[in-house]
Design a binder for this molecule. Structure first.
Ligand SMILES: NC(=O)C1=CN([C@@H]2O[C@H](COP(=O)(O)OP(=O)(O)OC[C@H]3O[C@@H](n4cnc5c(N)ncnc54)[C@H](OP(=O)(O)O)[C@@H]3O)[C@@H](O)[C@H]2O)C=CC1
Ligand SMILES: O=C(O)C1=N[C@H](C(=O)O)C[C@H](O)C1
Length: 233
């Protein structure tokens, strides 16, 4: 499979390593410095760039009939524009705030726990995410997906990084040197606390998930998520 890497930073390089090991070829390594030369040879594009570049990268692929897997976070206010364009061009698109298998299982666990807690009013939910200091966005895309999972099952209406009122989920975004990504969800009462936590030891799990998603999307049309790739229902 010929892959265009849109973004060739920490994640782009990790994805390249795994893609080459799995017998794929890289035909474009797009950064801020170069153009899209090489995209015309790609079977699939994998976008791990920066929030302000994601929509241009994704729409350029749709305009060239190239399926896109995007892991870039911090651009989701434009998500519907991208899915509309994908449908208009009869393309294929998969966005994931987190491509690791472990986090996608954690998303399911989070939804299940939220469903259990929905009618137990003694507990107040909050979240913490910890990432490396180079991260451009806060809270993390993964934290937003976790909050959306809780909102779907409970009376919580939105998330906030400020003081939370009763129907808001507080997210504490911490930045610590070299942390690949740690997410915790807490349910606290006056007498105890339940905590679920996912800790990434490296970027390898994110990168492998992105390559698996790119292999999976080849030949498909439509809008997908990692739930489809991993058959999580
Ligand atoms: N969904 C997931 O599983 C994961 C998502 N992420 C997300 O992926 C993104 C990338 O993370 P990371 O690799 O750590 O970030 P880096 O800062 O290491 O890399 C970003 C890359 O994007 C490039 N870039 C800048 N402008 C453009 C442009 N116009 N077109 C294409 N590329 C461009 C940069 O180029 P230059 O070097 O020239 O500046 C750099 O190569 C982030 O949004 C992060 O949150 C990260 C890990 C997992
Ligand atoms: O920027 C990162 O590094 C990461 N970003 C993603 C996010 O915003 O959730 C996924 C992962 O936690 C690493």
């Amino acid at each position: 499979m010929k892959i265009a890497l849109l973004g060739y930073g920490r994640m782009g390089k990790e994805i390249e390593k795994i893609a080459l090991e799995r017998g794929h070829e890289i035909v474009l390594r797009k950064t801020e410095e170069n153009d899209y030369s090489g995209l015309e040879y790609a079977d699939v594009a994998i976008d791990f760039s920066i929030p302000t570049a994601a929509t241009e990268n994704i729409s350029t692929c749709f305009n060239h009939n190239i399926p896109v897997v995007s892991g870039t976070t911090g651009w989701l206010e434009h998500y519907n524009d991208m899915t509309d364009l994908c449908q208009e061009k009869n393309g294929a698109f998969l966005y994931g705030s987190n491509f690791s298998v472990g986090v996608n299982l954690f998303f399911e666990l989070n939804s299940y726990l939220a469903k259990l807690m929905a009618n137990i009013k003694e507990y107040n939910v909050s979240m913490e995410e910890i990432h490396h200091t180079q991260k451009l966005d806060a809270p993390s895309g993964t934290a937003i997906t976790l909050a959306q999972g809780i909102i779907a099952e409970t009376d919580y209406k939105q998330w906030t990084m400020d003081n939370a009122n009763d129907n808001e989920i507080y997210i504490d975004a911490k930045r610590i040197e070299d942390v690949p990504g740690t997410h915790s969800v807490f349910y606290k009462s006056a007498v105890d606390e339940i905590e679920i936590k996912h800790t990434a030891f490296s970027r390898q799990g994110f990168a492998l998930g992105a390559v698996i998603a790119a292999e999976w999307i080849l030949g498909k049309k439509g809008i997908f998520t990692m739930k489809d790739v991993l058959n999580l229902g």
